[in-house]
Design a protein around this ligand. Structure first.
Ligand code: UDX
Length: 453
């Protein structure tokens, strides 16, 4: 874990941080803010519109600058994202520039670390005479795909719908297959192309790009990325949840009763089920998951966020009958849950944070990716790092497949192998964050780099 010197070193310059207001982006950005603060940097966090007020509540040692603007629409899937990001960029640019100029002229700001999706915010920082670094909250492999997006689009990989080609490899992006890339239709492809071109363009002209990843799992992708970004400094400082000892910025209240419940379960007997902060479940899918968990015979802890399922949808009787075997919560302290000895597996959508948190805890995964970068993450988990099993719901989830997959992870040979690999990867993660490890060295060079700007 990072052994910083504590905040408030008078020789350190102020650093600004600008996150995207989504859970999966806020957590790693706040972890980075904690890391820099422990290294003595005074920290100012700019809060874009749509960030809940509660975010600023608990951290007295950061300065917060809320920016005005309209609420963003809810992001349910990939097709909404480019428009929402364009809107967020447009809304934040001018008020951010103004606020930054004010703070920079009063006390100086060494740099601003901006979520990589906020390319106009990065440009506004440079307009204000403050260097901008990009923070990318997903994998290096995902950013390699962003860089190659025009090529992937022109070769038709992103529009292939025929079953017979979905397993085809993408020679430009091994080990990914066609089905591991986002599907884009004609209406979303133009706005997504424009957004990614701007995101990659801003990264190329940034003063550096920071990734919540680490050499033990992504050394090869990081190497490719460095070649493709041609001289832009790349800092692989993750996993930030391990480096900062689990600091986070939860938008929803965590139901801690699940920790007491876990204390009463046998070691490695519980499957933890969560599909992150954005995924919405159709009524039928919700029912099949519930029946599959009931039929699996395994103990389970299942996160069902408020609004994740349409209001009024009821649990099927099959699950109610086995209620004592499981627990359903609105939101869990996920990192603690994954670190609990009773948890033997994680059924996940493979958001990058969930994937990384599972690697840190050494918990094998059952992968059912849904959207965004999740298919690519799942491919690495199941087929490269071999710390999980991939579940394909090509024809929609059904309780038989779910029950079988849960048992495969929790009790079968395949699950044992994935668990052994996950334990091994956990040790490799620990090596990365030890003094002298690759992530510790990356943090040192990031600190030096910021001081040199
Ligand atoms: C999505 C993408 O899939 C992700 O890869 C991308 O980088 C950001 O957008 P999300 O669906 O929220 O993110 O998933 P994930 O990246 O896994 O982040 C979820 C975060 O919420 C994790 O840090 C997890 O610990 C936290 N969480 C989740 C909780 O604290 N409690 C819960 O009950 C569930």
């Amino acid at each position: 874990m990072d052994g910083g010197s504590g905040g408030g070193d008078p020789t350190r310059p102020r650093v600004g941080l600008f996150p995207c207001p989504f859970q999966g982006h806020l957590n790693p950005m706040f972890q980075l803010a904690h890391l820099l603060h422990r290294r003595g940097f005074p920290v100012t966090v700019f809060l874009p519109p749509s960030t809940p007020d509660s975010v600023a509540g608990h951290i007295p040692h950061f300065d917060f600058v809320p920016l005005p603007g309209r609420l963003l629409p809810r992001l349910d899937n990939q097709s909404d994202v480019a428009e929402a990001i364009a809107e967020l960029n447009a809304q934040c640019e001018a008020p951010f520039r103004e606020a930054l100029c004010r703070i920079a002229s009063a006390e100086g700001v060494a740099c601003v670390i901006v979520d990589a999706l906020l390319f106009r915010v990065q440009a506004a920082a440079k307009d204000a005479g403050v260097p901008a670094l990009a923070m990318r909250t997903s994998s290096a492999a995902c950013f390699n795909a962003f860089i190659l997006y025009p090529l992937l689009l022109s070769r038709g990989y992103l529009s292939i719908q025929q079953e017979s080609h979905l397993e085809d490899p993408i020679p430009e992006l091994p080990p990914l297959r066609v089905k591991d890339l986002v599907r884009v239709d004609r209406s979303s492809s133009e706005s997504l192309s424009r957004m990614l071109e701007q995101v990659v363009g801003a990264a190329r002209t940034s003063s550096g790009i920071i990734f919540n990843t680490f050499d033990a799992v992504e050394a090869a992708d990081l190497e490719l990325l460095r070649q493709r970004l041609d001289g832009v400094p790349v800092f692989a400082v993750g996993p930030l949840c391990a480096v900062t000892g689990g600091a986070q910025c939860s938008l929803l209240a965590q139901d801690r009763r699940c920790m007491e419940w876990l204390d009463k379960q046998a070691d490695r007997s519980v499957i933890y089920v969560s599909f992150g902060s954005l995924a919405v479940l159709e009524e039928e899918e919700f029912g099949e998951i519930a029946r599959g968990l009931a039929q699996s015979g395994q103990a389970f802890l299942w996160v069902v966020r408020p609004g994740q399922v349409r209001a009024g949808v009821r649990l099927p009787n099959e699950l109610i009958e086995v209620e004592e075997r499981g627990m359903i919560v609105d939101w869990a302290p996920q990192q603690e849950v994954l670190g609990h000895p009773a948890v033997g597996g994680f059924w996940t959508h493979n958001g990058w944070n969930s994937t990384v948190e599972s690697l840190v805890a050494g918990v094998p995964m059952l992968c059912s990716p849904r959207d965004y970068d999740q298919m690519g993450n799942a491919r690495y988990v199941a087929h490269v790092w071999k710390v999980g099993l991939q579940m394909d719901f090509d024809n929609g989830p059904n309780m038989e497949d779910i029950s079988q997959a849960v048992r495969m992870l929790m009790v079968d040979e395949a699950g044992h192998d994935a668990r052994a690999r996950a334990q091994h990867t956990k040790e490799e993660v620990t090596d990365c964050v030890r003094p002298g490890g690759s992530s510790s060295r990356a943090i040192e060079s990031l600190v030096d780099h910021i001081c040199s700007l």
